[in-house]
Design a protein around this ligand. Structure first.
Ligand code: FPP
Length: 252
């Protein structure tokens, strides 16, 4: 069955009411490996430094009016890294969740995970479930962590569920329009991102929120993720506020 409707008005409809800053910021946290290598340290050292940055960025959101923060922690392509790096990252995610669980709950942060859980180990899945349950009543920053996430994979999984609903008579194919698929995506309860940031100087989106970012503004910045600060996020949010988003329309 499809999920709840996406709370953001679609690109085909009215543009959201004017507000200066982004409501939903999504971040591709890139550059941990280069940050570590520049210090002569193993790549995992950079990932640990990157994990520490997450807390600062989450804490800045309420002051910047950012209600939704979505971060790309591990992609469906990241399994191609060495076994040592993958195992180190999985262990980092377990540690991060255990260590941050109480602080996130107390700071009124609601955490959700998106991505396919099938390849993740049972202990990590258990911690993810626990963190989601523990924070589900929280009304502050809505933090979404993309873990084993790929935009194409998400669309494929959503399409499979949609096709099943058609085959089993729950969905009329003639009624499928551009509002239908988002209800099957992992992000079905989230508004689309307004601003997508990628750190580390690469100007590509690497399979992140492909459907959802159709009308997002992008910022590709040189800073490596472990050097990213709340001040930089503030600067990007302010610069977003000066952009003219028309959602395909012409200003009259
Ligand atoms: C990309 O840098 C980063 C990742 C693949 C992992 C992102 C993970 C974190 C920031 C750490 C923890 C996150 C959470 C939620 C606890 P890269 O390794 O591709 O860097 P490079 O391009 O310099 O090699």
């Amino acid at each position: 069955m499809p999920g709840d409707a996406n709370p953001q008005v679609s690109a085909a409809g009215e543009a959201p009411a004017a507000r200066s800053g982004p409501r939903h910021v999504a971040i591709i946290m890139d550059g941990n490996g280069r940050w570590a290598q520049a210090r002569g340290r193993p790549r995992l050292f950079g990932h640990h430094a990157g994990a520490r940055r997450v807390r600062e960025v989450v804490e800045c959101c309420p002051g910047l009016g950012v209600e939704y923060l979505t971060i790309f922690a591990f992609s469906t392509e990241n399994w191609k890294r060495t076994q040592t790096e993958v195992a180190g990252l999985m262990s980092l995610f377990r540690r991060y969740i255990s260590k941050e669980m109480n602080a996130l709950a107390e700071k009124n942060v609601r955490v959700r995970f998106i991505g396919d859980r099938v390849r993740l180990d049972a202990k990590l899945i258990g911690l993810m479930d626990k963190l989601e349950r523990k924070t589900e009543g929280n009304t502050g920053t809505q933090l979404t962590i993309a873990l084993n996430y790929g935009g194409r994979d998400e669309v494929a999984r959503a399409t499979k569920r949609l096709a099943r609903d058609v085959a089993e008579g729950r969905l009329d194919p003639d009624k499928v329009d551009e509002e239908t698929l988002p209800r099957y995506l992992d992000t079905h309860v989230l508004p689309d991102p307004d601003l997508v940031i990628r750190t580390s100087g690469e100007a590509r989106i690497s399979n992140f929120l492909l459907w959802q970012s159709a009308y997002a503004e992008y910022e590709f910045i040189d800073t490596l993720w472990p050097d990213f600060t709340g001040e930089e996020l503030e600067r990007l949010c302010n610069s977003y506020g000066r952009r003219d988003r028309r959602f395909g329309a012409v200003k009259t």
